[in-house]
Structure formats: structure tokens, C-alpha cells
Design a protein. Structure first.
Length: 159
């Protein structure tokens, strides 16, 4: 297997969006993706990009990606958040995901981030076992909190 890992280009955003949609389907949220290719192009390749993406390419086809961005922890300082890591279904279990994961962690280490964080669904035991095997800790005592656009609008109207 000859896989090329590289930073994504603006022209890769269609393939990245397709991978995001595949991940949403895997996570049983197929209809949840509202993002467009234009959103990704604008937000990832403007004057101040909001995220970076590493892609895995085989025979000039993008087969996987890891999207991440910088955060700031009041306890740790500069942190990196791994938003999504996905490999196309037909290319899984070949080490591509592990290579993307390692690329993000090496990048974080080289850039001197003090922490890398991400979420994993509680039913995705394969991913949980993999992360733990690499030295990551699963923080069961923390709950992820989201406020979607509709809830945010409702809050702003009331307060």
C-alpha cells in the first residue's frame, strides 16, 4: 500500500466533505451535516484559517482525512482539537487511520501544543480501545455540551 499523507489544499474540499458525510452516516447522524464545500473552502483557506486538514491519498484518490484546529486551555495553554478522523469504508483496517492519527500527534508535538483532545462515541469500542492503546485517556467524568444554532437563537432572544 502506497499512501501519501499531506496537508489538504482548497481543491480537496469536495473529497473532504464527502468523507465528513461518510463519518456522519457511520455515527448514525447522516442528515446532520449542514456544512458545504464552499464553507470548507472559506473557513479553511481564508486569511485566518479556522482549521487544518491532513489527507491520505492512494493513487491520487483521497481515502481519508483528519481535520483539526487550535484551542486554548486555561489550564494547559495551546491545545489542539482533533475534530474528525475518517477513512473510507473500503480502506479501513489497513493502517491508514493510524497513520493520519500519528501525523496529527506528530504535528502537535512539533508545534509544541500541550494537549490534543477529541471526542469518541461511547459505543465505538474499537476506537476507544485503539486510543487507549496509544496512551490516550478517556475522561468519563466529563460530558460534552453543545448548543446548536436554533438553541443559540432562542437563548439570545430570551437573554
Amino acid at each position: 500500500m502506497n499512501i501519501l499523507l499531506r496537508e489538504a489544499k482548497k481543491s480537496d474540499m469536495n473529497a473532504v466533505l464527502l468523507l465528513i458525510k461518510e463519518l456522519a452516516t457511520f455515527e448514525k447522524e447522516a442528515d446532520a451535516v449542514e456544512l458545504t464545500e464552499k464553507d470548507l473552502e472559506r473557513d479553511g483557506f481564508g486569511a485566518q484559517p479556522f482549521f487544518k486538514v491532513f489527507v491520505a491519498e492512494e493513487n491520487k484518490e483521497i481515502i481519508g482525512m483528519a481535520l483539526f484546529y487550535e484551542r486554548y486551555s486555561t489550564w494547559k495553554g495551546r491545545s489542539l482539537h482533533l475534530e474528525d478522523l475518517i477513512v473510507k469504508q473500503e480502506h479501513r483496517n489497513k493502517g491508514v487511520g493510524k497513520e493520519l492519527y500519528a501525523k496529527v500527534l506528530h504535528y502537535a508535538h512539533e508545534q509544541k501544543f500541550r494537549r490534543v483532545s477529541w471526542e469518541v462515541l461511547d459505543w465505538n469500542q474499537v476506537a476507544i480501545d485503539f486510543y487507549v492503546s496509544t496512551g490516550a485517556r478517556i475522561l468519563d467524568s466529563w460530558k460534552v455540551v453543545h448548543m446548536d444554532e436554533r438553541s443559540l437563537g432562542g437563548f439570545v432572544e430570551r437573554y
